[in-house]
Design a protein around this ligand. Structure first.
Ligand SMILES: NC(=O)c1ccc[n+]([C@@H]2O[C@H](COP(=O)([O-])OP(=O)(O)OC[C@H]3O[C@@H](n4cnc5c(N)ncnc54)[C@H](OP(=O)(O)O)[C@@H]3O)[C@@H](O)[C@H]2O)c1
Length: 313
């Protein structure tokens, strides 16, 4: 699989999200998906401490525990880049990025994953009631202690990323190197309340801010549940715009012409030159995973990109 750089990490061009692994995606299927991703050359894995505590019978930590057991069984931890997140609420854990919360939740993730160092630890969402100084200093202490290598920001507004960059400069601590945002070819209308209020959708301003600050962008929910090809996946309310309907028609037509699936084209669009985003793909069946991985073989020319980009709101 193609690789790209995040700071000193060499990561695969696709990151594998594992939000439902070990809960709604059964253990055996989850492990098959992880194996298939690694066999296809993938090395970049995304999880979070709270995955997937909102499901009936779950309490959080299921995805990290499953990855930890899989790493022990396969013995290949050193070949992989493991990223996880902290800072959102889960049973027994309050939301927030106070220093004590960062330290405690990092230890809990290390324990569940069964590893000594987390390659990328994200703040899962901004905490505007805790000074950025306190959170960034706590992350930097974890870096100095060798418990995490890099820090990422998930669901931060552009102006907060900019403020965080200034704080880390002033404190002379490493600061954020990646930003994870909700991003797909179809665009959420930012004026409509988002389905999940903590989620921050990509906007030109946010992407521009990340580029200016040197933050690599990871796109979560890149397929919006597979909506590009699936009739059983209605658009979430904040995506129900006439421009998105036209984008869907355009991408489906281009997919037919090129003999690929529209889901694959949507991933290729995210990775194309103008975007260079790292999609956080996932799947609940290996066929879906292979289809998504094969998006890497698609060449998205400037005029292909233009044909999809110029559908305006
Ligand atoms: N930072 C954050 O706040 C945040 C938020 C959300 C997600 N994430 C991360 O991003 C990852 C992906 O998020 P997501 O689940 O929302 O992604 P998504 O790409 O929007 O949806 C994935 C779902 O789409 C369907 N799908 C995938 N490939 C398909 C294909 N080739 N054809 C048809 N359907 C396909 C599957 O649904 P079925 O299983 O129903 O078939 C799959 O579970 C998560 O695992 C997590 O690691 C991060």
């Amino acid at each position: 699989m193609l690789t790209t750089r995040i700071a000193d990490l060499l990561v695969s061009r696709l990151c594998l999200g594992t939000m439902y692994f070990g809960t709604s995606v059964p253990v055996k299927v989850s492990r098959d998906l992880l194996d298939a991703f690694v066999n296809a050359g993938g090395n970049f894995i995304d999880t979070a401490n709270k995955y997937a505590c909102w499901l009936p019978g779950a309490q959080g930590g299921e995805s990290e525990l499953l990855i930890g057991q899989w790493l022990r069984d396969r013995g290949h931890r050193h070949q992989l880049i493991i990223s996880t997140k902290l800072g959102l609420a889960m049973p027994g854990v309050e939301a927030g990025l106070r220093a004590q919360q960062i330290e405690a939740q990092c230890e809990a993730s290390l324990r569940r994953l069964g590893i000594d160092t987390i390659d990328v630890m994200y703040a899962h969402a901004d905490d505007r009631s805790t000074p950025l100084e306190e959170s960034l200093l706590a992350f930097s202490r974890l870096q100095k202690a060798g418990k995490i290598r890099h820090v990422g920001a998930s669901n931060y507004a552009a102006w907060r990323l900019s403020a965080a960059a200034a704080v880390s400069r002033n404190l002379d601590v490493p600061g954020f190197v990646v930003a994870q945002v909700r991003h797909s070819l179809l665009r959420a209308d930012p004026w409509i309340p988002q389905e999940f209020p903590i989620q921050v959708p990509a906007t030109p301003e946010l992407l521009d801010g990340c580029q200016s600050l040197g933050l690599r962008v990871l796109a979560y929910s890149p397929l919006l549940g597979g909506v590009y090809d699936r009739q059983d996946r209605p658009l979430p309310p904040s995506y129900r715009t006439s421009a998105n309907e036209r984008r869907l028609i355009a991408i489906r037509r281009m997919a037919r012409e090129r003999g690929v699936t529209a889901n694959q084209l949507a991933l290729a669009w995210l990775m194309s030159g103008r975007n260079e985003v790292i999609p956080v793909i996932t799947a609940s069946r290996t066929e879906q995973l292979y289809e998504n991985v094969n998006s890497l073989a698609i060449t998205m020319t400037r005029s292909d990109g233009d044909a999809l980009d110029t559908v305006s709101d």
